[in-house]
Design a protein around this ligand. Structure first.
Ligand SMILES: Nc1ncnc2c1ncn2[C@@H]1O[C@H](COP(=O)(O)OP(=O)(O)OP(=O)(O)O)[C@@H](O)[C@H]1O
Ligand SMILES: [Mg+2]
Length: 455
């Protein structure tokens, strides 16, 4: 409910106006003099001021000036007697929203108030939105204010409240695990455990017993009963990292558990019921794996109820500056008395470097640079790894292509990757991808058939 403060030295007016506007659903506060009114404006929470112009003591004009000073956005409507139009115009110049000449029609007053309040609501909403936007350069431990990151924050906000499965995909080092944790710690399960398991790091048998636990004697070496991660994550969140690497036989078991929320420990018969929220992550193109048949489609849909795609750092360079400053503060050892800055050349190198390892790589580079530059307050190109001072545009293959790599197969491998990447960046529009790569559309189609790339 919106509150209107009515100020008039004539009590009758206060009573009549109060009744009229009160019946419109507004909350009414009245005052017979400017001094009391100015206190109410300052300390109270009013949405509109309706004030008489001529009052003994503090005049309406002075009250207007005061209101504009302490609550500049609250609309003020002046009531003037016939013959004081000039003053009304003066009031408008001083920031009054409108004026109304006594005596007036009730409808006229209601309409003016209605418009003023509508305008005020819009103003507040706009301010709230731009405030929210400028505040959002981070979400918990996640840093970034690029458009895709802001969209991710919104999505995390929404999905954190639900139990829906979330699949987070994106290149290595883009912060998928951070996002998974943000989902857990911003939702109702935050007081319960966040348990993670890397599905790519274990053999099939080990992974199975890690996920579901095992009974004593279930296999050689199982000297005691062990709870699995599903059990440990009860009422909390289970993070299935690198879920795309899960061996097919386990995919079947996982699907069943996700459907029923119950399972048996390896070597056991007792059914264990759990309430687990599942968030998974992968840096693979899972849709492609489904098409190729290496990942079960039904499990994919179970995991992928909500999809969060994290773009590479290259696709959101506007986050680089924030991230660099964040990691400088994180790794500096001197308690932060002095400013540590990047030299202009170092910034340039940061912006032109392709960051194949994404934020993880950037974090490592900054940590190393902070140590190397220690003392002089500036990080220069010399404090960065050698590839950062490589001025030529040529591809530096040392370090990431092994010396014994066979030429033809390696070139084809790189060619396939470039084509896939270009298609991904161009939302699978072949003509655009071809243009980016500097080849014809028919050539890209030919290569896509060669490498079995379907879109
Ligand atoms: N937006 C970010 N803000 C701050 N730190 C980040 C951000 N993104 C990633 N990091 C940091 O980079 C490192 C890698 O992040 P994380 O482990 O979440 O990546 P990932 O996507 O899971 O990578 P991988 O696919 O290799 O497992 C972590 O140290 C993390 O704190
Ligand atoms: Mg990870």
């Amino acid at each position: 409910m919106e509150t209107i403060l009515i100020v008039d030295d004539e009590k009758n007016y206060l009573v009549v106006l109060g009744a009229l506007l009160g019946s419109e659903g507004y909350e009414i506060v009245t005052s017979e003099n400017g001094h009391t009114a100015s206190r109410i404006i300052q300390e109270g929470d009013i949405d509109l001021l309706l004030t008489d112009m001529k009052m003994p003591g503090m005049s309406g004009m002075e009250l207007l000036e005061h209101a504009k000073k302490v609550k500049p956005e609250v609309p003020v409507i002046m009531m003037t007697a016939y013959g004081t139009i000039e003053m009304a115009v003066e009031a408008m110049k001083k920031g009054a929203y409108d004026y109304i000449t006594k005596p007036f029609e009730n409808e006229e007053l209601k309409l003016t108030i209605h418009k003023a309040l509508e305008n005020y609501r819009l103003l507040k909403e706009n301010r709230r939105l731009s405030q929210a936007l400028s505040d959002r350069y981070k979400y918990g431990n996640i840093i970034g204010k690029s458009k895709p990151m802001l969209e991710i924050y919104d999505l995390v906000d929404k999905v954190a409240q639900s139990k829906a499965s979330v699949l987070i995909t994106g290149p290595s080092g883009t912060g998928k695990e951070l996002i998974a944790k943000a989902i857990h710690y911003n939702g109702p399960r935050k007081k319960r455990p966040f348990i993670s398991i890397n599905c790519g790091a274990l053999t099939e048998t080990l992974l199975e017993s890690e996920l579901f636990g095992h009974e004593r004697g279930a296999f050689t070496g199982a000297v005691a009963m062990k709870k699995g991660r599903f059990e440990l994550a009860d009422e909390g969140t289970l993070f299935l990292d690198e879920v795309g690497e899960m061996p097919p036989p386990l995919q079947v078991k996982l699907l069943r558990v996700l459907q029923e929320m119950e399972f048996e420990r390896v070597g056991g018969t007792k059914t264990i019921k759990v309430d687990v929220r599942v968030v998974s992550a992968s840096n693979r193109n899972m849709k492609e794996d489904v098409l190729k048949g290496s990942f079960r489609e039904d499990l994919f849909y179970r995991l992928n109820v909500i999809h969060i795609e994290v773009p590479s750092l290259r696709e959101r360079t506007e986050d680089i500056r924030l991230l660099v400053n964040h990691f400088i503060e994180k790794y500096r050892q001197d308690g932060g008395e002095r400013k540590i800055e990047l030299s202009p050349e170092a910034w340039k190198a940061f912006y032109s470097y392709p960051w194949p390892g994404n934020v993880r790589e950037l974090e490592n580079v900054v940590e190393r640079a902070v140590v190397l530059s220690s003392g002089n307050g500036e990080i220069g190109v010399n404090d960065l790894p050698p590839e950062f001072s490589n001025k030529s545009e040529t591809l530096n293959v040392d370090g990431f292509i092994p010396l014994e790599a066979p030429l033809q197969a390696t070139l084809e491998n790189i060619e396939e990757k470039l084509i896939r990447r270009a298609l991904r960046h161009c939302n699978n529009v072949q003509a655009h991808a071809a243009e980016r790569l500097g080849i014809t559309k028919s050539l890209i189609q030919h290569k896509m058939r060669k490498y079995n790339i379907s879109i």
